[in-house]
Design a protein around this ligand. Structure first.
Ligand code: CTP
Ligand code: K
Ligand code: MG
Length: 180
């Protein structure tokens, strides 16, 4: 029961988890805010780029398509009925995750935090909020079927743990500037 909730939550959120990590590897180039400031601080900052956002979204959608090709054998192997991704749901999860992270940077700049500064809580859940909001808005039937209340509860508890682990790992490997 718990195992199937965790497996479903992890599988369904993978297209939202991977974009931020892909953006770290792909980032660079022109910042989304074009260098503009608002009220004495950058609108978003140099850490939110067009390339990172586009590549992150594309990688998330591509991963969903790969998962769709694997869903039957994996479901059979683990004995859990994992969901396949509607295209719109995949786009919403990936792009919504990137938008949640971008929204968080906007809030960080408004609260005087420089690029790279930690914002505990927000850092671990911004992309989850963005992804879930987008998928419930753009693919409501799919989202309601997959993200039942127990699955949502697992997502909210599991994601910060995974986020901390992957970011510390990325920092230790030298691909990320801060361990958060
Ligand atoms: N990145 C990007 N575009 C995005 C998100 C991330 O190019 N939409 C890249 C940037 O190179 C960024 C790195 O991924 O520096 C790490 O992402 P993140 O930790 O979200 O950004 P920070 O640099 O910490 O900036 P902020 O304080 O605004 O979160
Ligand atoms: K972030
Ligand atoms: Mg950061």
């Amino acid at each position: 029961m718990v195992g199937s909730l965790v497996a479903t939550a992890f599988w369904a959120m993978l297209p939202a988890y991977v974009p931020n990590n892909a953006a770290v590897l792909a980032g660079g180039g022109r910042p989304i805010d074009g260098g503009r400031e608002w009220r004495g601080a950058r609108v978003l900052g140099d850490g939110k780029t067009w390339r990172g956002t586009a590549v992150g979204t594309a990688v998330g959608v591509a991963l969903a398509l790969v998962l769709n090709a694997l869903v039957d054998p994996v479901s059979g192997a683990v004995g859990i009925d994992l969901p396949a991704f509607d295209l719109l749901a995949a786009v919403a999860l990936a792009f919504g995750a990137m938008c949640g992270d971008i929204g968080a940077s906007f809030l960080k700049r408004r609260s005087g935090r420089e690029r790279g500064a930690a914002f505990p809580g927000l850092d671990q859940l911004d992309f989850v909020g963005g992804a879930l909001l987008a998928v419930f808005l753009l693919a409501p039937a799919w989202a309601t079927e997959v993200f039942t209340l127990p699955v949502l509860a697992v997502v909210v508890v599991m994601t910060p743990v995974l986020h901390v682990v992957t970011n510390v790992a990325a920092y230790v490997l030298g691909v990320k500037n801060e361990p958060w």
